[in-house]
Design a protein around this ligand. Structure first.
Ligand code: CDP
Ligand code: MG
Length: 695
């Protein structure tokens, strides 16, 4: 095993880490004097395995923990900078206390007297776990002084002063209140993630600052924070200074594979058991993988191998961490294991910068990340695994050196890494801008006049305008504007396609069904596949199957779930995911509320043809046509693809025309969640859809 890897470099606290060096250079290039904390911190070594949760049992331990964080020493400086400037950029290593401490500094300094302190996060998991942590540190309950709001969940009250929220939630709030009058400070955290929502917020907070100044409405302070960001670019955009806070990291030995390996999951598995055989048990391992399915399947393999005692030792506990996981499960990986039990966490890039888990001494990096992208003129978003950037590779590496020195195993060669991009491309430059265009028009902003940090590609914008016009959401002209239907669409926190589906469902007489369907589509992975019991699972799932396709199958599952009185047992017996279905039920409740507010008739029908026509009416961009060679060709973008193996229509007779929910690209291109339709329906319901590929 050892021979599989080559040690290539050693990054240490002073850091020959390329990331940190480029950061410093950029600061110098900006010409501002960065605030460099040159003095080495005298940090009481945090003992391995101290539970962050246990810390809360004693006030003194919390204070000790807070004092040990690098940002603690910079408190005065941060406050002074913010007093003198309306906007401040703060950059420091992951785990130095930016997200948990800065809001508390601002609270103590009185910034929450006239408005809340809002902190945006790209992911709901981060917003929730960090809010909980800060509430604990302030000895309060969540929803009191500290709260959070994420899509479909609000844990705040009138008393809330520090509010964690996803960037999507703040963006939607800004539609109702452009000046963000509820807030005295907005902290835009994890700025390097550059989600579309965050990019829009950059422009919106800038505009709100200007307008509030003009109208004498009380200042809006803005803090932009990140572990790694292009400070030149941000500095110019916000016309402000950057502060670099020296973090605390330990040396990390970096190992690359000697040869390229096709199957990184296997490489990761072998590496883990090598680590397990050769390092002390209290060295916890963090593994970066791409997504839920991969994580759950590898977790299972590891558990089985550990049980079979393949490594000669057991005492290994596996945890998983990804966005769709329930909160309870997510929090489990923060709880320490006994000293003789190794903790192994399988995570997505969520653990790269937004969440810090103590005790990690080894990182295994698969080198991939799942990313949304669209690359055709008539583009649909495609979710696919792509190479990470060099900046991401270094962030992942850094996770091994938080508490003590560590090792990072990269499941790719040095040469492969040389070909990685330097930094991740902002989402706005690689995804379908349809939602964004609509949200901006709801703010009466035409994209052509918006102050973007990086403007999206014109070609993409053109197709977004076209597609929104086809949905009836906007009117395009010399001055484009949002229609009343479009205004209704932005009421739903959903992709415009889904909103349209809901808004037209009552005219098809099937609102209740569409509410259920959209809710279950918003939640992931309803079916549990267990490699041990595949046949039994397939048998259990068969009774929900609809010959029409996956949408109706999912609806059958959800309807049956809604009727059961013992959901937990029922899900277990039917190999269904209780968490996903419970989530869907919660989403449904909220979508129903919004629909009622919009005075939509909550009617119901068992006419399957009407239901399918209704889905077609919203999903007309997701039509695909069977080709002679057995592949399907999508109407938008002409993508050749097959039906995903998980579909109920997979391996059966192939319908000539189908609708799909999404395109998934792994080694092959698949259409996930498909339903049979007919050409006559296309002509009847969406006659404007042209260029249908011939069969
Ligand atoms: O935002 P940044 O990456 O700079 O750090 P942070 O999220 O504020 O975390 C500061 C410290 O708090 C880290 O050392 C974490 O280990 C600790 N923390 C924790 O123990 N439990 C949490 N739920 C969150 C943070
Ligand atoms: Mg943070």
């Amino acid at each position: 095993m050892e021979s599989k890897y080559l040690a290539t470099s050693k990054s240490d606290a002073g850091g020959p880490s390329p990331v940190k060096f480029s950061i410093k250079r950029k600061f110098d290039a900006l010409g501002n004097s960065p605030v460099l904390e040159k003095k080495p911190h005298v940090v009481p070594q945090i003992k391995q395995k101290i539970a962050p949760i246990l810390l809360t049992s004693k006030r003194t331990s919390i204070e000790q923990h807070q004092r040990s964080l690098p940002v603690f020493n910079c408190r005065q400086r941060i406050l002074k900078e913010l007093e003198q400037n309306d906007t401040v950029l703060i950059m420091s290593e992951t785990g130095s206390g930016k997200t948990t401490q800065i809001p508390q500094f601002l609270l103590q300094a009185g910034y929450a007297m006239n408005g809340m302190i809002g902190i945006t996060q790209p992911r709901r998991v981060a917003a929730i776990t960090i809010a909980r942590r800060v509430a604990q540190e302030l000895s309060g309950n969540i929803g009191d002084t500290v709260g959070y709001t994420v899509r479909f969940e609000d844990a705040t009250s009138k008393a809330t002063k520090i509010r964690f929220l996803t960037d999507g939630v703040l963006l939607r709030e800004s539609i109702k209140d452009r000046l963000l009058t509820k807030y005295s400070v907005i902290i835009l955290d994890e700025a390097h993630e550059r989600t579309v929502n965050a990019d829009l917020l950059f422009g919106i907070v800038k505009d709100a600052q200007k307008e509030r100044r003009k109208k004498n409405l009380g200042k809006l302070k803005v803090v932009v924070t990140s572990a790694t960001m292009d400070i030149d670019h941000f500095g110019k955009y916000f016309n402000c200074k950057g502060m670099y806070l020296e973090g605390r990291t330990y040396p990390v030995r970096v190992m690359h594979t000697k040869e390229e390996h096709e199957d990184y999951v296997h490489t990761v598995l072998v590496t883990l058991f090598h680590i397990h055989r050769t390092t002390p048990r209290n060295h916890d391992v963090l593994i970066f993988l791409t997504g839920q399915e991969e994580i759950e399947s590898l977790a299972q393999q590891i558990r089985q191998l550990a049980k079979m005692d393949m490594s000669g030792t057991t005492d290994l506990r596996v945890f998983t961490l990804y966005a769709q996981l329930s909160q309870g499960k997510q929090l489990e990986c923060f709880v320490p294991t006994p000293a003789n039990v190794r903790k192994v966490i399988l995570a997505t890039n969520i653990a790269e910068t937004s969440i810090t888990i103590p005790g990690i001494r080894c990182v295994i990096d698969c080198g991939f990340v799942k990313e949304k992208s669209f690359n055709t003129a008539d583009g649909l978003d495609v979710l696919k695994s792509v190479r990470i950037s060099k900046a991401q590779a270094w962030q992942r590496t850094g996770r091994a050196g938080r508490d003590a020195d560590g090792t990072c195993y990269r499941a790719y060669t040095k040469r492969e890494m040389d070909s990685f991009a330097d930094a991740t491309q902002p989402e706005i430059l690689r995804t379908n801008p349809t939602s964004m265009v609509l949200q901006l028009l709801a703010l009466d902003i035409d994209c052509n006049n918006f102050d973007f940090l990086d403007a999206p590609l014109e070609e993409g914008l053109r197709s977004a305008y076209k597609s929104l016009e086809a949905l009836g959401a906007i009117k395009v002209g010399a001055v484009s504007y949002i229609t009343p239907l479009g205004r209704q669409m932005v009421q739903y926190p959903l992709d415009p396609k889904y909103s349209k589906l809901l808004l037209t469902a009552s005219s098809f007489g099937c609102m209740e069904e569409i509410l259920s369907l959209v809710s279950v589509l918003s939640s992931d992975h309803v079916f549990v596949s267990n490699s041990d019991k595949n046949e039994m699972a397939a048998l259990a799932h068969a009774k929900f199957q609809s010959k029409h396709g996956d949408h109706l199958t999912l609806l059958n599952v959800f309807n049956a779930f809604s009727k059961t009185e013992k959901p937990k047992m029922w899900c277990h017996d039917n190999y269904l995911n209780l968490r996903s279905l419970t989530y869907a039920r919660n989403v449904r409740r909220q979508l129903t509320e919004i629909s009622e507010r919009l005075h939509l008739a909550l009617n119901s029908s068992d006419d399957i043809e009407m239901l399918k026509k209704c889905i077609l009416n919203g999903f007309f961009e997701n039509i695909a046509v069977l080709q002679r060679d057995g592949f399907y060709m999508t109407v938008s973008g002409n993508i050749r693809a097959k039906i995903h193996p998980s579909s109920v229509l997979h391996g059966k007779y192939k319908p000539s025309y189908i609708l799909f929910t999404e395109i998934v690209q792994t080694e092959q291109t698949f259409l996930r969640q498909v339903t049979e339709i007919s050409i006559e329906w296309i002509q009847e319901i969406v006659p404007f859809v042209k260029n249908i590929p011939s069969r």
